[in-house]
Structure formats: structure tokens, C-alpha cells
Design a protein around this ligand. Structure first.
Ligand SMILES: [Zn+2]
Length: 496
């Protein structure tokens, strides 16, 4: 694993700032010492300040901690986010995932450090070194960013915005917004020019990425794997049913017309879950990826260089729910992608909760407690595979395997492989898509071997050493060039 400090290169930042380069959006922030003392994205349309009057910060939290306020024009809270894994140790990226999923609400930095298995002072030091800000500053900035997004992009009542963005009470929320923006939440909403009247419990968001973003590649990957009744993919949109904390809903994601972000439509009854829903969508569509760094890292391999040139901006598709992906992957062992999709649809129809949403969505994917002792006869699965599904569901129920990114990917893969019927390939593939691990790599994959005309997993592993820490992205490039059916699991139930 390449570990390097998140030190900003002043010349790179300066060039990106002067040319308003969108590829650097969210990779650093520009603080302006004169005037209103704001911090901006690299793409801010405001007139550029003199170099001597600006400072560069690796994260919005670092700029905020240094006393700068978010610019109201370029809206730093809308930037694609910090590419957490860019040279940071996995403890930092895992911590960021946890903060993204649940904030620091339940217990603060001590609890966060404990869950990660490190000391809180060590965690604080790592954060300062790599992100330029403490864990609590990062959590506070995320809370404020999300509150601002809800104020600008939804019509939620302010009391609901306060709860949804984790402020606990309206008074704390009002005070925090006023301190940062020097305006009340209501004044900010008045400036936001929302159009159209959304339906009840319906929300629209725009999520940015750093271009290029290969939307077609994403859709081509997701479409043949979409579980009938639970997911629906068309060329312009991805749609699925969702379940969180006992509530059901659905979401729809499409490429924005101006090609700089994804448009998201969420229908969900409990606004307190919006934060988590949005973070999951960001992970699912790999919006934090730093294409420039990935392209640079993989360009030395001539096969990859050629494919990247033909198809720039490919991302690693994540998943809505790691457990669901793991089940889908087990169903795919030794059958074609199409065959696995049929099985997944049957499983959802038989054991999922009926839920009707537009465009042919009919079911919620069955959760672990339903599958733990489910009767899977009649679905067309072998006895061994049915037992693997139940065993994984039981492990998820009693907490032996968690999918929310607390475990390091090595721990996660080791625990997955303890389940009879789950081999290395399945564990690596799920880690790659469920944990957002940029360097996960299914080395025994037949499609990868064929794409490079190699004979053995050993040869593939040696070739892949040069792709670190981006082996997940390399895999995507090699898979997309072969027919989808070539991506067949190398695991057999006997192999584990
Ligand atoms: Zn700005």
C-alpha cells in the first residue's frame, strides 16, 4: 500500500485554481485572506484572488478550522468530497466511512477510535496529518454541509433539517448555521431559488463528481446484474427499492444534463435517513474517486493505458447494501451473470417484502434475519449454496460479519472465507464493491486472466503489483472489455 502524506503541491493547486479545473474539485480548498475570508472550490466563478492572498487546505474541515467560511457562490458543500483513500492509511478512510454513515453523534472520537481499534490520540494525529483537521472538525463540517444542502435543495421544515443533519435540536442548528454563514437558515433558503413543487417525502439532490465520469460504463455494468423487482436500469437511469431502519422507499439516479454530477431523486418517509441514503449513493456510484490519480497510476501498463484512453472515467460500482451484494455474489458462483440475476429475482420475489414503486419495482430485498433460516427450496439452488446463504445471513445477524466498513478489508475477507462455500474470489469481489476498497483484487478471476492472455493467478498477481493501489479500477477496465458473461466466479462450494 502506498502511503504518502496529504501534502498539497502549491504549484498544482495554483494552476488548478487559475484555470478553475474541475478535475481538482474537492481535492483541495482555496481560502481567501482578503474580504469576507471565505473558502472556495477550485471551480469558483468568483474573480480569482492574487496568489499572495490565498491559502490552500486539503479539506473543507481544515479551512473551516482555520477560521474561514464556506463561499456562498461555489458552495464548497457541493464539491465531490475528499478522495479519502488517496494515500491515507486505511484507518483514516475507515474512520471517514464511519463518520459518513453515523457522524460522531454516538459517543464522539473516543468511541470512534475504539471501534477502529486504535487510540484516540493516534487517530487525531492521523487526521491532522492527512486531512489537516481533527475528527470532530471533520464531523462538524459534514453536518453543516449536509444541513446546507437540505436548506438549499429541499423544502424540509427547518426542524426536520436540524434532525436530519444530526444537530439534535433546532437551537443548536440555528446557532451553528448563523455562526458559519452569518445568515439564518430561512434567509439562506430564500436565496436558493428552488423550482417545482416536489411530492410529499420526495427529495431531489445533485451530487457532483470530478470529471471525466463514465456513466455508460457504470450502467453497462449494473444493468445485467440488476435484481428484477428490486432494481431497474435503463440507459438514462438507475432505480431501486431501499429499506433503512424499518422504513421503505426508493431512489433514482441519473446523469445530470450538464455532465458534472448525478441527479438523485429519493422517496423516503423518514428524513433523518437522508444523510445515510446520500452517502450510500455517493459510495455506490464511486463519486469520491480521483480520476487523475487513478489514470496516472495505471498508465504504465500498456493494455490498461489503451483501454483508459478509449473509455476514460470508469468507476468501481459500489452497492447499496453489502449484505445484498454478498448474497447476489454467492448466487453467481459458477453460473452466468444472467443466470445469477434470474436467481436473485426469484429470491427477492419469494422472500422479499412486497413494495410497489414506479417502473416495475415490486419488492424489498430480503434482509439477513429473513434469510437466516429461510426455506430456499424451489428456487433452483443447490443444497450447499442454500446453506451458504443461510450461514452468511446468520453471521450478519449476530455481528460476526459487518458490512458498514468498520473492519479492515483483510479482516472482512478473512471472516467471509470462514463461511463454508465462500472462497477467496467471492470475498475479494465483495470487498471491492461493498467496502469501496480501491486496491481489492479478485486474482483468480477468469475474465481478468483471459483479458490479459495469462495462464495462472500467480502470473496475474505479479502483473497486478504495478497497479497498486488501484487494482479495483484495473479490474473494471479489464472486465468491461470482455463480454459480461466472462465474469464468472472462480469459487466453488468445495473450494472453501
Ligand atoms: Zn467560491
Amino acid at each position: 500500500m502506498v502511503v504518502k502524506d496529504m501534502e498539497l503541491d502549491w504549484q498544482v493547486c495554483s494552476r488548478a485554481r487559475l484555470s478553475r479545473d474541475a478535475r481538482f474539485d474537492g481535492k483541495f480548498f482555496i481560502a481567501v485572506l482578503t474580504g469576507r475570508r471565505v473558502y472556495c472550490r477550485s471551480i469558483c466563478p468568483a474573480p480569482t484572488a492574487k496568489e499572495k492572498n490565498v491559502r490552500y487546505y486539503p479539506t473543507a474541515a481544515a479551512a473551516a478550522e482555520a477560521g474561514f467560511r464556506p463561499c456562498l457562490r461555489c458552495r464548497p458543500e457541493c464539491s465531490p468530497g475528499t478522495p479519502a483513500w488517496l494515500g491515507t492509511p486505511s484507518t483514516v478512510s475507515r474512520a471517514l466511512r464511519l463518520i459518513a454513515e453515523s457522524g460522531l453523534a454516538d459517543g464522539g472520537i473516543e468511541v470512534l477510535a475504539e471501534r477502529l481499534g486504535v487510540g484516540s490520540r493516534h487517530l487525531r494525529r492521523l487526521f491532522l496529518q492527512h486531512l489537516g483537521a481533527t475528527p470532530s472538525a471533520v464531523a462538524q463540517t459534514r453536518r453543516l454541509d449536509f444541513a446546507k444542502k437540505l436548506i438549499d435543495e429541499t423544502r424540509l421544515p427547518m426542524s426536520e433539517v436540524a434532525l436530519a443533519s444530526d444537530f439534535g435540536c433546532v437551537r443548536r442548528f440555528n446557532a451553528a448555521i448563523r455562526a458559519v454563514y452569518h445568515r439564518t437558515p430561512t434567509q439562506i433558503r430564500r436565496l436558493s431559488r428552488q423550482t417545482g413543487i416536489p411530492l410529499e417525502n420526495e427529495y431531489f439532490f445533485r451530487l457532483r463528481f470530478r470529471p471525466p465520469y463514465n456513466w455508460n460504463g457504470m450502467v453497462r455494468f449494473l444493468a445485467p446484474r440488476a435484481t428484477p423487482g428490486v432494481e431497474a436500469v435503463e440507459s438514462a437511469s438507475y432505480r431501486r427499492t431501499i429499506s433503512l431502519n424499518g422504513s421503505y422507499g426508493w431512489l433514482e439516479v441519473s446523469l445530470n444534463k450538464s455532465n458534472d454530477g448525478l441527479d438523485v431523486r429519493v422517496q423516503f418517509g423518514d428524513p433523518r435517513s437522508l444523510f445515510l441514503i446520500i452517502e450510500r449513493i455517493r459510495a455506490m456510484f464511486d463519486l469520491n474517486a480521483d480520476w487523475a490519480a487513478i489514470a496516472q497510476g495505471l498508465a504504465a501498463d500498456p493494455v490498461l493505458a489503451m483501454r483508459m484512453q478509449a473509455n476514460p472515467g470508469l468507476r468501481v460500482p459500489g452497492c447499496w447494501n453489502g449484505f445484498e451484494l454478498a448474497i447476489r455474489t454467492i448466487l453467481g458462483q459458477q453460473v452466468t451473470v444472467k443466470g445469477a440475476t434470474t436467481l436473485a429475482g426469484r429470491l427477492a420475489r419469494t422472500l422479499g417484502q412486497p413494495f410497489s414503486a414506479p417502473g416495475g419495482l415490486t419488492h424489498i430485498f430480503p434482509p439477513p434475519d429473513v434469510l437466516a433460516d429461510a426455506n430456499l427450496d424451489g428456487l433452483g439452488l443447490t443444497k450447499a449454496r442454500s446453506e451458504t446463504i443461510r450461514a452468511l445471513a446468520r453471521a450478519a445477524c449476530d455481528g460476526r460479519i459487518g458490512f458498514e466498513g468498520v473492519a479492515s478489508s483483510e479482516d472482512f475477507m478473512a471472516r467471509m472465507c470462514e463461511i463454508p462455500g465462500i472462497g477467496k474470489w467471492t470475498a475479494q469481489y465483495v470487498a471491492m464493491r461493498a467496502l469501496g476498497e480501491p486496491d481489492a483484487f479478485p486474482s483468480g478471476d477468469l475474465g481478468l486472466l483471459r483479458a490479459l492472455a495469462l495462464e495462472s493467478p500467480g502470473e496475474l498477481e505479479r502483473r497486478a503489483e504495478a497497479w497498486r493501489p488501484w487494482r479495483s479500477y484495473a479490474s473494471m477496465y479489464l472486465w468491461t472489455s470482455c463480454e459480461t458473461d466472462l465474469q464468472v466466479s472462480a469459487d466453488s462450494p468445495e473450494a472453501a
